[in-house]
Design a protein around this ligand. Structure first.
Ligand code: F7E
Length: 320
């Protein structure tokens, strides 16, 4: 019998890579998509995949209950979210509702099923805020002091998942994923914004690129590697919480320097600073310790930072 997976946020970067991984392993893959006034753009990442989509919304509990009951999934991957941290300052209420209450709706829908569902929650390194352990890393035991509405909502969802695991003996797992990128990343996230902007400058389409804080540091991996971690986490016999990271941290300035250098340019000639891209409260530094998932589940990233940037540059060089 085919295993059945249900992915919320299937049309996003991670949802599309995860769908490809699960289809290759013989799963029947279902996904939830929201109604959008521009349907052409909505399924651009999944339009060639043999997945079954359902209209629903995490905030519409009736739609979630109906879909979960119809699909009867073996595994649920809850990837849907308002995922942009800076935009969460503009839309705090929507962000908290979707990223926290939406998870509660998903958990309740799964709790009502007769079968034992495996549930994966997309938790985030943004939950740590500016907490860093003495050795310079963050891990699941690091105190969570979020610095954004997005981070606050993710902490609530994380705790709800742990609570449902304990209180109802459900198979609920959290993957605390650090930043993960790819050519499919939305171009308002900093990595793809830099790569796309640099290629546009290279091709004479623009003269400068405006960014915000260049001194923040992030631990960037590749989404394709991180969806493999999601699958391993969900299918481990005992449900738990895991940290997924590369263990390398670079500043936004480093990212600019490396990307522009690949294209034979000096970023200092093109980058300008615009306060519109600054955040009311910044998370300054991320570097994750993923030794537990490497040792216990045998996960390790295949992409290096350079191979990831190279793939993103090639992508934009082809389409611009
Ligand atoms: O910002 C700085 C910005 O928007 C990274 C999401 O997937 O990862 C992501 O959240 C850094 C920040 O990602 C610009 O201030 C400078 O320090 O690419 P980002 P994020 O906020 O780290 C976590 C783990 C998630 O869970 C989230 O869903 O880059 N930065 N200048 C800029 N950022 C943006 N977006 N645009 C700029 O112009």
């Amino acid at each position: 019998m085919k295993k059945i997976a249900l992915i919320t946020g299937i049309s996003g970067q991670d949802g599309s890579y995860l769908s490809e991984l699960l289809l290759a392993q013989g799963y029947e893959v279902h996904g939830i998509i929201r109604r959008n006034s521009l349907p052409e753009n909505q399924d651009s990442r999944i339009k060639d995949l043999d997945v079954i989509t359902h209209y629903g919304d995490l905030l519409d509990a009736a739609s979630i209950n109906r879909i979960v009951n119809e699909v009867q999934p073996d595994e649920v991957y809850n990837l849907a979210a308002q995922s942009h941290v800076r935009i969460s300052f503009d839309m705090p209420s929507f962000t908290i509702q979707t990223n926290a209450l939406g998870v509660l709706n998903m958990l309740e829908a799964c709790r009502s099923l007769k079968k034992r569902v495996k549930f994966y929650q997309a938790s985030s390194s943004e939950m740590f805020g500016n907490s860093i352990d003495e050795d310079g890393y963050q891990r699941k035991t690091t105190p969570m002091n979020p610095t954004s509405p997005y981070g606050c909502a993710k902490v609530m969802a994380y705790n709800l998942c742990k609570h449902y695991r304990k209180a109802y003996d459900m198979h609920v797992c959290n993957g605390i994923l650090f930043n993960h990128e790819s050519p499919r990343r939305g171009s308002n996230f900093v990595t793809n914004k830099i790569v796309k902007g640099a290629v546009e400058i290279k091709k004479g389409k623009r003269k400068t690129l405006a960014l915000g804080n260049l001194d923040a540091s992030r631990d960037w991996g590749h989404s394709k590697d991180y969806v493999k971690a999601m699958h391993l986490i969900t299918n481990h016999e005992s449900p738990s919480d895991w940290t997924v990271a590369t263990g390398e941290s670079r500043t936004i300035r480093d990212m600019c320097e490396i990307t522009f250098k690949v294209l034979d340019m000096d970023y200092r000639d093109y980058i300008t600073i615009d306060s519109r891209y600054l955040r009311p409260h910044e998370l300054n530094f991320l570097k994750g310790d993923s030794s537990e998932i490497r040792n216990v589940l045998g996960w390790k990233p295949e992409y290096t930072f350079d191979s990831m940037v190279g793939e993103m540059v090639n992508h934009w060089m082809e389409i611009i």
